[in-house]
Design a protein around this ligand. Structure first.
Ligand code: BG6
Length: 486
């Protein structure tokens, strides 16, 4: 569906996120014919850059971050023509009249302001947008995560932004919501009747959510060390996955209907206290090891100084609701794990009774595995009979859908969908203020419990599945992590 003509202003135009994600995503949307001819993408940052220099940087970035098959010179050149640039100090006074003049050239455009900057600047940039008369009916503001580092700082940011923009014009990005498989979770649950019947504590034994990465902290150690895995991944991406898995059916796909249901799940999360933190959570930090057969340094070496920041977290959480009482959700995420793998595993209860001879029955429970990456898809693990005349021997087999093979098309990056949804004014896949704050209130309970115990994170070798305590966390309950082998 084509969108209205827009001027997308990207603050932090020379930063990592813009270069790696936003510009490649906009290029793809352009290539697919979704960017109207009168639209502009206006880079804004403090660097004094000529428009030509910004276009040249973008050309280099696209060559690095867009697959060669998707790049052709004519499309690239035409896309670059849509780029403009203004040197403006987002939080200060310089450059604003230039931005105003540029935007005044096309007063009827939809005007998203994407703040790909440090969250400390969100409030000041918004105040400047108001001061220079850039906030109107057609403007929107897009905020990248993290929105703060705890409830208090998140509230301060939300207050500052909320003084300038009404909630309907604020788009808080959690890019996991833009991933195709995450949206497919809505289709799976609410466009099929079979799963909803099974989505109850009577049938489901537990749920696991894993977001594993092979990368370390890359060039972001400065940010990451003040954050850690809980703030960087669990408070947002993983809790959002949990919400979509656990929520009740929304009335429709309107932003508030969906967000009302997610909010109920967040409100139902049992806070973690100092009394149970040791039983239900594990913090880890990677030390030297090997990933993909290549030796890699430990976190502290990469950082160059001592630190207690966790690069891995696992926890067992409870959703205190009628539907989920007694069904644990095991969550884990970490850097420098053996493979890049994000999946949600819904494990059903084991068969209550066996009619099969003892030696033939694997007793594997059914599992529904929703894979976000790599190879987006879903599979249902079912028990089947081994073929052949050898008697009744059973083994687990998969009913497997690979989305790429089934639909034979490129899977768009999460940002492609989200950037265009902002222009459309569709906030269904964005976080509302109350969601972010309730998620922080829960994360704060965990941060406080950790702080009270003052324990250092447990070491795990890079390339392993985290500290052994994370394995013990689930095995204590007679369960195991689902580990997909490459
Ligand atoms: C970001 C985190 O939000 O998500 C990064 O800040 C992390 O630390 C990234 O690497 C993971 O995203 P994806 O889409 O690669 O799974």
């Amino acid at each position: 569906i084509p969108v209205a003509s827009f001027d997308y202003v990207v603050f932090g135009a020379t930063g990592d996120l813009t270069t790696r994600k936003l510009l490649p995503a906009l290029y793809h949307r352009y290539k697919d014919g979704q960017i109207p001819p009168t639209s502009r993408i206006i880079g804004a940052s403090r660097s004094e850059l000529a428009v030509e220099a910004f276009r040249a940087r973008t050309r280099d970035a696209l060559k690095r971050f867009v697959a060669a098959d998707d790049l052709d010179e004519a499309t690239l050149a035409a896309f670059l023509d849509h780029l403009d640039y203004v040197a403006v100090d987002g939080a200060g006074d310089d450059g604003w009249p230039d931005l105003v003049a540029k935007l005044d050239e096309r007063p009827d455009q939809v005007r998203p302001f994407y703040l790909a900057t440090s969250p400390d600047l969100y409030g000041s940039i918004c105040r400047n947008l108001a001061k220079f008369g850039l906030v109107g009916e057609k403007s929107r503001v897009v905020l990248e995560k993290p929105i703060g580092k705890d409830l208090k700082s998140a509230r301060a940011i939300n207050d500052a932004v909320g003084e300038v923009f009404p909630e309907e014009q604020i788009f808080r990005i959690d890019h996991y919501l833009g991933k195709e498989t995450v949206q497919n979770l809505l289709a799976l649950r609410f466009a099929n009747t079979i799963f909803d019947r099974l989505w109850t504590a009577d049938v489901i034994d537990h749920v696991q959510i894993t977001v594993a990465e092979t990368v370390g902290v890359e060039g972001r150690a400065g940010y990451y060390d003040t954050s850690g895995a809980l703030r960087d991944m669990l408070q947002n991406h993983i809790l959002q996955l949990l919400c979509l898995t656990a929520m009740e059916s929304p009335l429709n796909l309107d932003a508030n209907s969906v967000r009302d249901e997610k909010l109920k799940v967040l409100r139902a999360l049992k806070p973690i206290t100092a009394g149970d933190v040791q039983q239900v959570t594990v913090r880890g930090q990677y030390v030297q090891g090997a990933v993909d057969g290549k030796p890699v340094e430990g976190y502290l070496n990469e950082l160059g100084h001592d630190s207690r920041t966790e690069t891995f977290v696992a926890c067992k959480v409870e959703v205190q609701s009628w539907r989920w009482a007694g069904v644990p959700f095991y969550l884990r995420t970490g850097k420098r794990l053996p493979q890049k793998l994000s999946e949600i595993v819904v494990q059903f209860r084991a068969a209550p009774f066996s009619i099969f001879p003892e030696e033939s029955f694997g007793r594997e429970p059914n599992r529904l595995v929703i894979r976000l990456q790599p190879q987006e898809g879903m599979k249902l693990e079912v028990m089947t009979k081994d073929p052949g005349p050898g008697g009744m021997r059973l083994r687990p087999t998969n009913l497997d859908i690979s989305f790429e093979e089934t639909f034979k098309q490129r899977y768009p990056d999460a940002y492609e969908r989200l950037l265009m949804d902002v222009v459309r004014g569709n906030a269904t896949l964005f976080m509302r203020r109350d969601e972010v704050e309730v998620a922080w209130a829960w994360a704060d309970s965990l941060l406080k419990a950790w702080a009270d115990r003052r324990e250092p994170p447990r070491a795990y070798p890079a390339g392993s599945w985290g500290p052994t305590a994370a394995i013990a966390l689930i095995e204590r309950d007679g369960r195991t992590w689902h580990e997909e082998l490459r």
